[in-house]
Design a binder for this molecule. Structure first.
Ligand SMILES: Nc1ncnc2c1ncn2[C@@H]1O[C@H](COP(=O)(O)OP(=O)(O)OP(=O)(O)O)[C@@H](O)[C@H]1O
Ligand code: SF4
Ligand SMILES: [Mg+2]
Length: 329
C-alpha cells in the first residue's frame, strides 16, 4: 500500500485468529497485516474460505463462537482495541465503525419500522429523544438516497426492495458518523445496476466524509473500478498488497496473476481466461511453507520447504519465491 504521511485510521498487525476443533486449537488466519487511511477504500479479495469475513469479524469484535484473536494488534484511531474491556470496545466500535453485510435483512429487524432501527445506535450513543431521533433517521435515509424518505420512515423492511434495504442498512451503519465502514460483500446479492448504485453511494460517502472503507469482495472487476488499495488473501494469509494501479498493471504473486486472468474482458473477448486448478486448503490442512504451492504452476522445491520472502517495495509487495515479472508468470 502507498506510504502516506497521515496516520492510518485502522492498523492491523500480525493478526492471528484461531478456532477449536476436537479439543485442538488451530490458526485459521495468520500474520494478516494492513492499514487503511482515512478517505481510502481497501479491497480485501480472495477465494471463498480464505478468511476475509473472519478478518472483518475480528476487527468488528464479532467473531463466531469458538474463534478468538490470539496474536497481533488492531489499532483504531491510534487506540489498541484488543486490550479493552468488552464494554469499552463496544462503545468505541459503535462510535467509530459501521458494518454492512451481504444480506441487509440480517442487519434489520423485520418487526420494527425502519426509522427506529436506523437510529437505535445513535440513540444509545447520544441519548436522542423521540423527535430528534426521527429527524436523524430522516437525515440518514436522505444521505443514502432513499427516495421520498419522509414517507418511508414508518415502513417495515419487507416493504423495501433489496437495493433499498441495503441503502437502509448503510444508513444504519452511518448513524453514529463512523470513521470506518466494514462492507462484507455488500452487493453480492444485488443485480448489476443496483450493485453499481450501491457502490457509487459508498464511493460518495468515502469522498464526502473521508470515510475509510474495508470492502470485501470476490469480484476483481469491482476492485479495478472502486478500490484505492488491494489486499489479497489466500488460505488465511496475506499474499499480496498494494495500490490498485500497480497491482492491476503488474501483480507479483502467481495467485493474484491467476485471479486477474480469470476476469472476462469485454474489450478483448479473444483473450483466453485462466482458471486455477484445485481448491484452497482447509484450515485443518494448510500445507507447509507457501500454502499456494499445490496449485501454483511456478512452484519449485523451495516453495514447499521455506516460507516465501516478502518481495516488492513499500507501495506494492507480495510473499513469493518466484514473483511474476512485468510480463507475468
Ligand atoms: N462460524 C464458523 N464456524 C466454523 N468455521 C468457520 C466459521 N466461519 C468461518 N469458518 C471457517 O473459517 C475459514 C475462513 O472463513 P471466512 O468466512 O472468513 O472465509 P471468506 O473468505 O469470507 O469466504 P467467503 O468468500 O465464502 O465468504 C473457512 O475455512 C471457514 O470454513
Ligand atoms: S512461493 Fe512458490 S509456490 Fe508460492 S506462489 Fe510463489 S512461486 Fe508459487
Ligand atoms: Mg465471507
Amino acid at each position: 500500500m502507498k506510504a502516506m504521511a497521515s496516520t492510518p485510521l485502522l492498523s492491523v498487525e500480525g493478526l492471528r485468529v484461531s478456532g477449536r476443533r476436537d479439543g485442538r486449537t488451530f490458526p485459521v488466519i495468520e500474520e494478516v497485516s494492513f492499514e487503511i487511511q482515512p478517505g481510502r477504500l481497501l479491497a480485501l479479495v480472495g477465494e471463498s474460505g480464505c478468511g476475509k469475513s473472519l478478518t472483518a469479524a475480528a476487527i468488528l469484535g464479532l467473531l463466531p463462537w469458538g474463534f478468538a484473536v490470539d496474536r497481533g494488534r488492531i489499532i483504531l484511531e491510534g487506540q489498541e482495541v484488543l486490550g479493552l474491556s468488552r464494554t469499552d470496545w463496544r462503545c468505541l466500535r459503535r462510535r467509530l465503525v459501521g458494518a454492512v453485510f451481504q444480506n441487509p435483512l440480517s442487519a434489520l429487524n423485520p418487526s420494527l419500522p425502519i426509522w427506529r432501527q436506523v437510529v437505535e445506535a445513535a440513540q444509545l450513543s447520544f441519548g436522542l429523544d423521540g423527535r430528534a431521533a426521527r429527524a436523524r433517521a430522516l437525515e440518514l435515509l436522505e444521505i443514502v438516497g432513499v427516495p421520498e424518505a419522509e414517507s418511508r420512515l414508518d415502513d417495515y423492511p419487507h416493504q423495501f426492495s433489496g437495493g433499498m434495504r441495503q441503502r437502509v442498512a448503510i444508513g444504519l451503519a452511518l448513524a453514529c458518523d463512523p470513521r470506518l465502514l466494514v462492507a462484507d460483500e455488500p452487493t453480492t446479492s444485488l443485480d448489476l445496476i443496483t450493485q453499481a448504485e450501491i457502490l457509487r453511494l459508498l464511493q460518495r460517502l468515502q469522498h464526502e466524509r473521508g470515510l475509510a472503507i474495508l470492502f470485501i469482495t470476490h469480484d476483481l472487476s469491482l476492485v479495478a473500478e472502486y478500490a484505492d488499495d488491494v489486499l489479497v488473501m489466500y488460505a488465511g494469509r496475506t499474499v499480496e498488497s498494494g495500490g490498485v494501479r500497480p497491482f492491476l498493471d503488474g501483480p507479483l504473486h502467481p495467485y493474484s496473476h491467476a485471479l486477474l486472468g480469470a476476469i472476462p474482458r469485454l474489450e478483448a473477448p479473444e483473450v483466453r481466461l485462466t482458471d486455477i486448478e484445485g481448491v484452497p486448503p482447509s484450515p485443518f490442512d494448510y500445507p507447509p511453507a507457501c500454502r499456494f504451492a499445490p496449485r501454483c504452476l511456478q512452484a519449485i522445491a523451495r516453495c514447499r520447504s521455506e516460507d516465501p520472502p516478502r518481495v516488492g517495495d513499500e507501495g506494492h509487495w507480495a510473499y513469493c519465491h518466484r514473483p511474476c515479472g512485468p510480463e507475468g508468470a
